[in-house]
Design a protein around this ligand. Structure first.
Ligand code: SAH
Ligand code: SF4
Ligand code: F3S
Length: 452
């Protein structure tokens, strides 16, 4: 009987995709996928440490897994991802959770098969946990197997790491410096995905705008705009999305590439983080409130109907009520379609964590609640603007809340539930772009019926 694995993923899309690679590596070893941790011989926690809550979730899960480990002598538990990559964290994890068999990091992902084999051997010899975390990245590895979820959308990493060093953020420390994949490799992967039946790709990077900078000196390397133009020509692909872009280096050339592209979606995820220029400077974001708003203006002028989403942090050290008001005003002025909102969480080793003027947890929570309320109101208003309009929806499957309805997304990334044309089921529509007349709007979704 073959061994089975189960992967539990926390954090961003990078981690989601890393989990697909780990699954591919294990299936090449002959492992099969287990749907539940209870049934698995190998459990991987792919961890995130961007905020304290993310870390707590991982540690809570580890506590749960301890029981399984006691009742199954053959079970191997691996902690992978960003958590172990923090200074000192690997040792803490290996020590505190004595039942963890492997602690690995983000730079040695491809070593998973060897590490698992070694852990099994150690177990038989009665040895302790295996900790292998590399402080530095190695060159980009191409050709690793990927076991993707079947579906309409595929994740494609175009670059690793981050060089931005926003003062609150742990990511540059746990993911290393920016490294771009070669455009030919990306193009080949995307064409292959189309061959497998995927209709949409989402290009991943912590800051996709700086794609290619590390591949050529003095602006001779590939650019993100160039990559978009390339991928726009891939036959059979319906849509290209990408995440995340930094507002600082979102060039006119990128705007132009999106505007001219047939397949590149008109939806812009541009994390603002704050509406206060004073706070933005302390965050080391490299733009002012005015710069940010004028970027949105430039995009809207060139691409009418573009949609905008953002990330916002409240309670950054020293944030005053007036700074917070600036953030509320930004939300009203920018009219974001949606926003991911976070209370600032100090991360050891980042400059902001050592700032003397930390904000009380209650103040952060109160500001977060007020911010969410304002954004929800804006989201609902923006969505109401869709009622009576026709949009193109790429159908992904049946709606969770009602299997008679199909669910998919507009080019502007709105979740849309639709009544299929007569005689067709949601399953018939999967992977197709359907014209939909919108009849109802909610804060998080649209509803309508297929036409034509
Ligand atoms: N590279 C991406 C996203 C990185 S993490 C970008 O720059 O947009 C996703 C989001 O988590 C960030 O945009 C930020 O809003 C939030 N975040 C990062 N560090 C945080 C911290 N210490 N406390 C609270 N939120 C944080
Ligand atoms: Fe973190 Fe800033 Fe890099 Fe995003 S751009 S990952 S927020 S350091
Ligand atoms: Fe978390 Fe690592 Fe992503 S810290 S947000 S999983 S890069």
């Amino acid at each position: 009987m073959s061994l089975s694995y189960h992967i539990i993923t926390y954090g961003c899309q990078m981690n989601v995709h890393d989990s697909e690679v780990m699954a591919g590596l294990l299936e090449d070893l002959g492992y099969t996928r287990a749907l539940e941790s209870e049934e698995a011989d190998l459990i991987i926690l792919n961890t995130c440490c961007v905020r304290e809550t993310a870390e707590e979730r991982v540690l809570g899960k580890l506590g749960e897994l301890q029981r399984l480990r006691w009742s199954n002598d053959d079970l191997i538990i691996v902690v992978a991802g960003c958590l172990g990559q923090q200074p000192g964290a690997a040792e803490r994890l290996g020590g505190r959770a004595g039942f963890v068999d492997v602690v690995m990091g983000t730079h040695n992902l491809y070593r998973l098969p060897e590490l698992v084999k070694e852990a099994r051997a150690r177990r038989e010899a009665g040895g302790g946990p295996l900790v292998e975390v590399w402080p530095e990245h190695v060159e980009v590895r191409e050709g690793l197997p990927v076991r993707r979820e079947r579906g309409v959308r595929a994740w494609v990493t175009i670059m690793y790491g981050c060089d931005s060093f926003c003062s609150y953020c742990i990511v540059p420390y746990v993911r290393g410096r920016e490294r771009s994949r070669r455009p030919e490799s990306i193009r080949r992967e995307v064409a292959g995905l189309v061959g497998e039946g995927y209709r949409e790709v989402v290009l991943l990077g912590q800051n996709v705008n700086s794609y290619g900078r590390d591949l050529g000196r003095d602006g001779t390397g590939p650019t993100f705009a160039g990559l978009l133009r390339d991928l726009d020509r891939v036959e059979g692909l319906a849509r290209v999305r990408y995440t995340t872009s930094h507002p600082r280096n979102f060039t006119d050339d990128i705007i132009e590439a999106v505007a001219e592209g047939q397949r590149i979606c008109e939806n812009f995820h541009l994390p603002a983080q704050s509406g206060s220029t004073r706070v933005l400077a302390k965050m080391n974001r490299g733009y002012s409130r005015e710069d940010y708003l004028s970027l949105l203006e430039r995009i809207r002028r060139r691409i009418p109907g573009a949609a905008f989403s953002t990330d916002l942090i409240v309670g950054f050290p020293g944030e005053t009520e007036a700074d917070f008001q600036d953030t509320l005003d930004l939300v009203r002025e920018a009219r974001f379609d949606s926003a991911f909102t976070f209370a600032y969480s100090p991360r050891r080793g980042t400059p902001a964590a050592d700032a003397p003027d930390q904000i009380e947890p209650e103040v952060k929570q109160a500001r977060l609640a007020r911010l969410i309320e304002v954004q929800n109101q804006v989201s609902l208003e923006v969505n109401q603007g869709y009622v009576g309009r026709e949009v193109e929806v790429l159908v992904e499957g049946a709606a969770e809340k009602d299997p008679r309805l199909a669910a998919g997304r507009t080019r502007t990334n709105k979740l849309t539930l639709l009544t299929p044309p007569r005689d067709l089921t949601p399953a018939n529509l999967v992977g197709r772009e359907v014209r939909v007349s919108i009849e109802r709007a909610r804060t998080w979704s649209l509803e309508g019926r297929a036409i034509g």
